[in-house]
Ligand binder design. Structure first.
Ligand code: ADP
Length: 708
């Protein structure tokens, strides 16, 4: 709030708009100007007063734009300056004697040292009616102020106001000029820039021009090239066409949904068994035999999906020279698309692989046959890669060497299983075989993981690469333990047989020598005993030769049976008579004594005699021997039971093998190891069974059955 000394409201109603109007003139707080000073001076002179002011009334202060007689004062407080009152009235405000004015009783200008007594102020009125200031005259003594004087002051105020308006419009003009000037400068700058740009553009244009020139040259060259390329293209197109037509692969193009045969080379026509008459016919029409086969629908799918179809060894039934035959093809159906990606045709490329498939089948059959043969012969096959020493072996091969099916194998693994003394010779044989290109063959012993010893026969043939370097060895291996054992047994047997034959011959020889000496003395008491002895020796020899003959017959499968029906118990009685004569054993025949059987009596007797003789030989301590006849279902079972030392269970399975003879601790028995073998062959030939039950220390029961 401003200090108000007048005691009345000094703010006009339109104060806000008034101040805005004042702002327009931008006159407040500006230095004095000659033209305004002149008007104030004129007013002071005309009215003969010491003070004249041209003031503008701002919100708080009164600013003196022209000041005559008030020293350096620039402004005054609005609440104290009488001009604040003068702008409240459009007419001239006059105080002829200030002391008499009630509103000025507190005014310091009036009441203070300055001693203002007279004041006349004409308002400065803008063209739109706002009172922004005054032109006033002041005196320190009272005076009268006439109407004409008022009119003069009013006139002067108007002049001052005109001047202020003029000043304002010149200010605006200057500003506009400045504005224009600024715009001009900018335009000038822009112009300068444009000129620069133009220069640059010119340079670019020149470069482009050069480029265009060289492009033009290139284009001319390209044009020439295109012409020559076009010629080349024509040639290669012709080449491609002739290549396709003569290609050893079947090639065709089928167009449209109807799969019209557009292109079909010689090979595809040959495969189809058709002539070029099929060209431009729909496929289904050209090859009616395709009906019922999946290919038409596959082609249709390729058309719809636009996806390539690859057929691998696909079976196709094709009619060639009137005969429908099974063929196999590797083929491709490749869709051809137009610019919008739609399938318009299908390229068919096919390669007949019927021969390959047939060969493969043949090979598979052969392989299968080979596998069956190898299985039947229990032959293990192997292949050794000589370069990296890796070894692959069939399942049988692995079983032979006691190896698991999933183990990786190397040559040295096999070598480690082979017993040390055979390793060096095997290496030598393999190297020799590689060098001579002859098959390799070796027999050796191995020790399997379970510590069992086996005899192996292995053979192989080396293979070589193009440079003649040995790369592999392929062959077979077989477990020959049985054969090897048999061979040893056979060798042993020959020794035993010679020995066995030699004993009765030696004794016969001795007896005959004695008899020869006694030939002059026919009544000598020794003669009958010697004759007995020689006949015993002959009997023994006869038996041995019988056994040998029987064995020979059996091995040649010449054992003939002369079957007749006989009573078993009677047959047993007859056999036992000889042994009973000895008196050492009690022979007891038990069981179903009435049983008759149809069989070769002599051969069955041979079996029983063999059983009983063995009981006598191997169970010499036994006092009695039981012979039991039992009827079990449709068989008769005959058992010869002794009460001797019995037989170790581990050797029992081998007793009926040819040449097999068990060892008996501390005792030696003569024999060929043929008796039980011959017996078992006789019984088997009759369709019966043979076996033994024995407990060590309790005795043995040898038995056989015959069908009734
Ligand atoms: P061999 O008597 O000529 O040796 P065999 O074939 O008759 O031949 O008998 C085979 C083996 O069976 C004999 O070597 C013997 O070890 C054993 N054996 C046969 N009978 C008996 C028996 N009753 N008690 C014990 N061992 C027997």
């Amino acid at each position: 709030m401003i200090e108000n000394t007048f005691g009345i409201n000094i703010i006009p109603e339109n104060e806000v708009q008034r101040l805005e109007a004042l702002q327009r003139y931008r006159i407040t707080d500006t230095p004095s100007e000659e033209s305004f000073d002149g008007i104030a001076q004129l007013a002071a002179q005309i009215f003969n007063v010491p003070i004249s002011l041209l003031s503008v009334v701002d919100s708080e202060s009164v600013f003196f734009k022209a000041n005559i007689g008030m020293g350096n004062a620039k402004k005054a407080n609005r609440g104290k300056s009488l001009c604040a009152l003068a702008i409240l009235d459009k007419d001239v405000t006059v105080f002829e004697d200030a002391l008499k004015e009630s509103c000025l009783q507190a005014n310091p200008n009036v009441m203070g040292d300055f001693g203002l007594r007279f004041y006349a102020g004409a308002p400065l009125i803008t063209h739109d009616g706002f009172l922004i200031g005054t032109l006033c005259i002041i005196d320190q003594k009272p005076r009268e102020f006439s109407d004409s004087e008022r009119a003069i002051l009013e006139g002067l105020a108007k002049t001052a106001m005109d001047q202020i308006e003029l000043r304002r419009s010149s200010l605006e003009t200057i500003e506009q000029a400045q504005q224009v000037n600024r715009q001009l400068i900018t335009t000038q700058e822009n112009l300068k820039k444009a000129v620069q740009d133009l220069a640059e553009f010119n340079v670019e244009m020149e470069a482009t021009n050069e480029m265009l020139n060289s492009t033009n040259i290139e284009l001319t060259k390209s044009f020439d090239l295109t012409i020559s390329l076009n010629q080349d293209l024509k040639k290669s197109r012709q080449r491609l066409q002739s290549f396709i037509s003569k290609a050893p692969i079947a090639f065709g193009i089928l167009t449209g949904r109807d799969l019209v045969i557009e292109v079909a080379n010689e090979m595809i026509l040959k495969v189809w068994g058709k002539t070029s008459d099929v060209l431009r016919l729909p496929l289904a029409e050209a090859l009616p035999e395709l009906k019922g086969q999946p290919y038409l629908s596959i082609l249709d799918n390729v058309f719809t999906s636009g996806k390539t179809y690859i057929g691998d060894t696909a079976p196709v039934k094709l009619e060639v020279e009137g005969i429908l035959s099974d063929c196999f093809f590797d083929f491709i159906y490749e869709p051809l698309r137009n610019d919008s990606g739609e399938t318009i045709a299908i390229i068919v490329i096919a390669n007949e692989v019927t021969e390959r498939i047939n060969k493969k089948k043949e090979l598979e059959d052969l392989n299968q046959q080979l596998e069956i043969a190898l299985n039947a012969g229990q032959l293990g096959s192997y292949h050794l890669n000589i370069q990296n020493q890796e070894l692959t072996g069939s399942s049988i091969f692995r079983t032979i060497y006691g190896l698991k099916d999933d183990e990786d194998l190397r040559f040295e693994d096999i070598m480690n299983i082979i017993m040390p003394e055979y390793r060096e010779p095997i290496y030598d044989k393999i190297n020799q075989s590689i060098e001579s290109r002859e098959p390799y063959s070796a027999e050796y012993k191995i020790k399997k993981k379970d510590q069992s010893i086996h005899w192996i026969h292995s053979s192989g043939l080396p293979s070589y690469d193009a440079n003649g370097v040995a790369v592999g060895m392929t062959g077979i291996a077989i477990d020959i333990t049985k054969r090897k054992n048999y061979e040893t047994q056979k060798d042993d047997f020959l020794g035993i047989a010679s020995h066995e034959l030699k004993t009765p011959i030696t004794s016969l020889k001795a007896t005959i020598q004695l008899l020869t000496r006694l030939k002059e003395n026919p009544n000598h008491q020794m003669i009958p005993r010697l004759i007995d002895q020689s006949s015993q020796s002959l009997e023994k020899l006869n038996n041995l030769v019988d056994d040998l003959l029987n064995m020979h017959r059996i091995s040649e499968d010449q054992l003939q049976l002369k079957k007749q029906t006989f009573n078993i118990s009677k047959m047993l009685e007859d056999c036992c008579n000889d042994i009973r004569l000895d008196g050492q054993f009690k022979l007891i025949i038990d069981g179903d004594l009435s049983t008759n059987v149809t069989a070769d009596e002599h051969r069955i007797e041979q079996v029983v005699v063999n059983f009983v003789n063995n009981a006598v030989k191997y169970a010499a301590d036994s006092e009695k021997i039981h012979l039991i006849i039992e009827q079990i279902e449709k068989n008769v079972k005959i058992t010869v039971k002794d009460f001797g030392a019995g037989i170790d269970p581990s050797v029992q399975p081998y007793l009926f093998d040819r040449y097999y003879r068990a060892t008996h601790e501390g005792r030696k028995y003569s024999g060929l190891g043929l008796g039980l073998y011959i017996s078992s062959e006789i019984i088997k030939k009759h369709g019966g069974e043979i076996g033994v039950e024995s407990t060590v220390g309790e005795g043995s029961s040898f038995w056989f059955t015959l069908p009734l």
